[in-house]
Design a binder for this molecule. Structure first.
Ligand code: GLC
Ligand code: CA
Length: 557
């Protein structure tokens, strides 16, 4: 394999610094806290750390509102701390990718502060449009965090565009100076020695020039004018030319509304220049027509169809990013598994899928011990700006009378579910902090924690360890071709992976029933070997197998 594609063989671990490990008792995770856990990451066996934003920020969206791209927020530590983290990772042959958030800045970024004053150089660093405070906004675009995408700025006496919170104004990529500044900043970080970027909502950076109204019937209003906008390919080409092309880096583009077919424009060997994409298709299987807060039961057939589509579309050209969890999603085990009776089994089953599809697996902190969703008894416990905005708007509408009615939706869907403190031990605050944690610790920390998991050979943690080892020992895990088996089975996800004469059969039961499935593929040759599974007592392999609740098996033929 080309050395410059090391990221295909890598396993990524995502650290959400605020919630990972606090060393100074202020209740907020910090970079020295990550340094303390570098050995832990090495023991787990991961190759790359993706660090969520640690830059200077007023923290309206936990750091996705950046006030200075080239400094570290004091809550997280200093630039020296960050440099030490990089060194400690590199010393252990692990790499570091940083979050690149360049669709928007904070409204407290110097560029915006000057732009709202009409400063000549910064005048059109953002999208400004004339209007009066009580007029309708300049167009009907909606923010991804709800409500109009425009807010009125008293100082400048104009509206500005923000596809996210009003404290996250969108920067104007049409302006060459803006692009110069962004590319210079990227080069600066790369020269400090980082190994790549995860690019936040990177397919929103180009907007239709005249900023026309969007189709009000079309889901998120205006999306057709800012998702995959007209200049996006040019901006990405320019980024490749000026920053990425001659460097050995991993680039992970987060893209909203992209499907497997369009993905190829971005990740194929000769176009796009990105290593892989974080897409949302499979994260939408439990959302109804009303969007993310409209919850419906997920349909395994749909999930299989989407994952298969991505596997097939990128089979020979391009690469998949595999994830079930990150800081924007509720905990996968609570969502696609069972976080009570079968927590361990279902967490391992999901891990099995994550590690046996073709692509690069991403583990989000806590996933390796099967951390679950949490509770929000009172709206004051909600920290996430997106959920806060939603509750506020829902209560203002006539649809809901009280928070109690919204609570199940919040407890199912809120991004805070994955942002609770990492559960290290059964000590107070799960060993995350000696102070008051910025967000509540999930109640089950006395049972679900790293220390307990490492002591128990049957734990989710040890299962991840084994999967990581298997994947690094056998090329078929990384490079094998994918073929869906049992396409119409509503409870079981089964597939074959083949590479030369290596062959795997993966069978995963996604529910708590006990289906029997016929897999003639299994006994084509000899008795297959069970490489890994999540139940200790195993029946002998036959063409018919009886699965237990959330059972997962990987056979090697
Ligand atoms: C991305 C981030 C998310 C953030 C949003 C705005 O989706 O992952 O956390 O709120 O972009 O930057
Ligand atoms: Ca701290």
């Amino acid at each position: 394999m080309d050395d410059d594609q090391w990221w295909k063989e890598a396993v990524v671990y995502q650290v959400y610094p605020r919630s990972f490990n606090d060393t100074n008792g202020d209740g907020i995770g910090d970079i020295p806290g990550i340094i303390e856990k570098v050995d832990y990451l090495e023991d787990l066996g991961v190759d790359v750390v993706w660090l969520n934003p640690v830059y200077e920020s007023p923290m309206a969206d936990n750091g996705y509102d950046i006030a200075d791209y080239q400094s570290i927020h004091p809550e997280f530590g200093t630039m020296e701390d960050w440099e030490r983290l990089l060194e400690e990772l590199h010393d252990r042959d692990m790499r570091l990718i940083m979050d690149l958030v360049v669709n928007h800045t904070s409204d407290e970024h110097e560029w915006f502060v000057k732009s709202r004053k009409g400063h000549e150089k910064y005048d059109d660093y953002y999208y400004w449009a004339e209007g009066e405070p009580d007029d309708d906004p300049p167009n009907n675009w909606e923010s991804l965090f709800g409500g109009s995408a425009w807010s009125y700025d008293d100082e400048r006496g104009e509206y500005y565009l923000h596809l996210f919170d009003k404290k996250q104004p969108d920067i104007n990529w049409r302006n060459e100076d803006v692009r110069d500044e962004v590319f210079e900043m990227m080069n600066w970080w790369l020269e400090k020695g980082i190994d790549g970027f995860r690019m936040d909502v990177i397919n929103l950076i180009s907007k239709t020039e005249s900023l026309p109204d969007g189709d009000p019937e079309g889901g998120l209003t205006g999306a057709e004018h800012f998702i995959d906008g007209p200049e996006l390919p040019n901006y990405l080409d320019e980024m490749c030319e000026r920053v990425l092309d001659d460097r050995d880096v991993m680039t992970v583009g987060e893209m909203i509304g992209v499907d497997a077919n369009t993905a190829r424009n971005y990740v194929s060997e000769d176009s796009g220049g990105l290593s892989m994409l974080i897409h949302f298709e499979h994260m939408e299987v439990d959302a109804g027509d009303g969007g993310k807060w409209d919850i419906k039961e997920f349909d395994l057939l749909e999930l299989k169809r989407i994952l298969t589509d991505w596997q097939e579309s990128l089979a020979d050209d391009g690469w998949n990013c595999l994830y079930f969890n990150n800081h924007d999603q509720p905990r996968a085990v609570s969502r696609f598994g069972d976080d009570e009776e079968y927590r361990v089994e279902s967490a391992k089953m999901l891990a099995t899928v994550l590690f046996t599809l073709q692509g690069t697996p991403f583990i989000y902190q806590g996933q390796e011990i099967g951390m679950t969703n949490t509770t929000f008894e009172d709206p004051s416990e909600i920290q996430d700006v997106e959920a806060e905005n939603y509750v506020e708007m829902a209560l203002e509408s006539d649809e809901y009378d009280s928070y109690e009615e919204l609570r199940p939706v919040i407890e199912y869907r809120s991004r805070d579910n994955s942002r609770t403190p990492m559960q290290w031990s059964d000590e107070e605050n799960a060993g995350f902090t000696e102070g008051d944690p910025w967000i509540g610790v999930t109640e089950n920390y006395e049972d679900v924690n790293v220390e307990a998991a490492r002591d128990d050979e049957m734990s989710v943690w040890h299962y991840y360890r084994s999967l990581i080892d298997l994947r690094s020992e056998r090329d078929v895990f990384v490079h094998g071709a994918y073929e869906l088996l049992l396409p119409d089975h509503e409870e079981v996800f089964a597939y074959r992976r083949t590479l030369g004469d290596e062959e795997l059969i993966v069978v995963c039961n996604f529910f708590d029933g006990e289906p029997s499935v016929e897999l003639p593929e299994l006994i084509r040759v000899d008795t297959p070997e069970l490489l890994i599974g999540n139940y200790s007592v195993r029946e002998a392999a036959d063409s018919k197998i009886n699965l237990r609740p959330y059972e997962a098996r990987v056979y090697e033929l």
